[in-house]
Design a protein around this ligand. Structure first.
Ligand SMILES: [Zn+2]
Ligand SMILES: [Zn+2]
Ligand SMILES: [Zn+2]
Length: 286
């Protein structure tokens, strides 16, 4: 993203500056490369500034404070490229495939360590919470499914047939909110989009686990393509992308063009000033 104070000199995510981050936990690079040296293509390091601290919970944990701390998990940063690339939109297909591979490898490590859920996300632009203008994602290891995802799972379970499968079937027959469909995945502007140009990328097949899926890379490629289309339509926009695992997994892409204010945050009504059909049309054309 273009931040006014963007200065690649001293960027801790660039190749050659490996000692500026905590020691890596995983990397994809040339065989035999020593850790924390150049020659990597994707690199995973612990987050220096984790956003989660111990927080009070509603008495559902008899184990006390220790359990509360344990529930917090850990956070890792996945550096998407050794080059100073500002946005996921500027990564090539091969680079995005390596990002998917890193997410999957670290999710496996998280599960082996007892963390049931990994929340994968991308923040881009200072207005969306990004601290550094070098494309990266975060993996938050959690001991339980986070509340919003649990809510989605309830919805999916409540209907006889997967809700997202039904939505995708409908969208594919109407096409007006579909941006792109390719390689077993689809990108669309959801009917109930909360913000202008909100997008969703999902596999056409009903799959629960993105971390063992062969479609995760294709979904990231479509999502990054959506961000590129959005930039062509509107210029650089701060945005968040996150992965929802379980149910029928998907990526949600939320551009931060509007301001979330009292109606949205307090009542849960999202005032979207751009119809998703128009948004999809503009994204298809750009
Ligand atoms: Zn950089
Ligand atoms: Zn489904
Ligand atoms: Zn979701």
């Amino acid at each position: 993203m273009q931040d006014a104070d963007d200065d690649p000199v001293g960027c801790p995510f660039d190749e050659g500056r490996e000692t500026a981050t905590p020691p890596e936990t995983f990397a994809i690079g040339s065989p035999g490369r020593p850790p924390d040296t150049p020659g990597w293509r994707v690199r995973v390091v612990p987050n220096k500034f984790p956003a989660f601290g111990p927080w009070p919970r509603d008495g559902d944990r008899p184990e006390g404070l220790f359990a509360r701390r344990a529930a917090v998990g850990r956070q890792e940063v996945v550096v998407h490229s050794p080059r100073h690339v500002r946005t996921i939109a500027d990564l090539g297909v091969r680079e995005l495939e390596l990002v998917a591979e890193a997410w999957q490898a670290r999710a496996e490590a998280a599960r082996e360590t007892g963390f049931e859920y990994v929340h994968a996300l991308v923040n881009e632009g200072a207005g969306a919470g990004a601290s550094l203008p070098h494309t990266h994602s975060q993996l938050v290891w959690l001991e339980e499914v986070p509340p919003l995802v649990a809510q989605e799972h309830e919805l999916v379970k409540a209907s006889a047939r997967c809700l997202l499968c039904q939505v995708l079937e409908e969208e594919r027959s109407q096409r007006m909110r579909v941006v792109e469909e390719r390689d077993g995945v689809i990108l669309l502007c959801p009917f109930a989009g909360r913000q202008p140009y909100e997008m969703l990328a999902a596999p056409l097949e009903c799959e629960e686990d993105p971390f063992t899926s062969g479609n995760l890379a294709a979904a990231l490629v479509l999502a990054a393509g959506g961000v590129r289309r959005l930039r062509e339509a509107e210029g650089p926009v701060p945005l968040n992308i996150w992965l929802h695992a379980g149910g029928h997994w998907h990526l949600e892409i939320l551009p931060r063009l509007g301001v979330l204010a009292g109606v949205e945050l307090g009542a849960g009504y999202f005032v979207n000033t751009l119809a998703p059909e128009s948004a999809a049309g503009m994204l298809r054309e750009s």
